[in-house]
Design a binder for this molecule. Sequence first.
Ligand SMILES: [Zn+2]
Length: 127
Amino acid sequence: MIGKGSKLYSILNNKCPHCHEGHFFNSSNPFNLRQFDKMENNCSVCKGSFMPETGFYFGAMFVSYALNVALMVTLWIAIEVLAPDNLPLMYFLLGIIVPSVLLVPLTFRLARLIWINIFVKYKGKNT
Ligand SMILES: [Zn+2]
């Protein structure tokens, strides 16, 4: 399974990329719309920085773009395979756009977690 020390553990469990102990985002629920984007500047456990430099998370936009394209292509293929033939284009578009918009908080958080995990290595609990 995916354990501590794996970047996937940090990404999927909303954990600090430095120590895998503290929470990266304040709320563990991405669909709490008042809190989904709130994060501290440093980890509450190891004090590792979540803001390595000004504008660091601009790069997360590219990760977010890739995640959204992957989601939309997956939905498009699922609709193509599962829906009846001659489905009107409007239903096709709604089947792709509505889930993509509803999952924005999740893709936002995943993009930031993936982005910081690209640049930060796991250092263990005692750093
Ligand atoms: Zn930490």
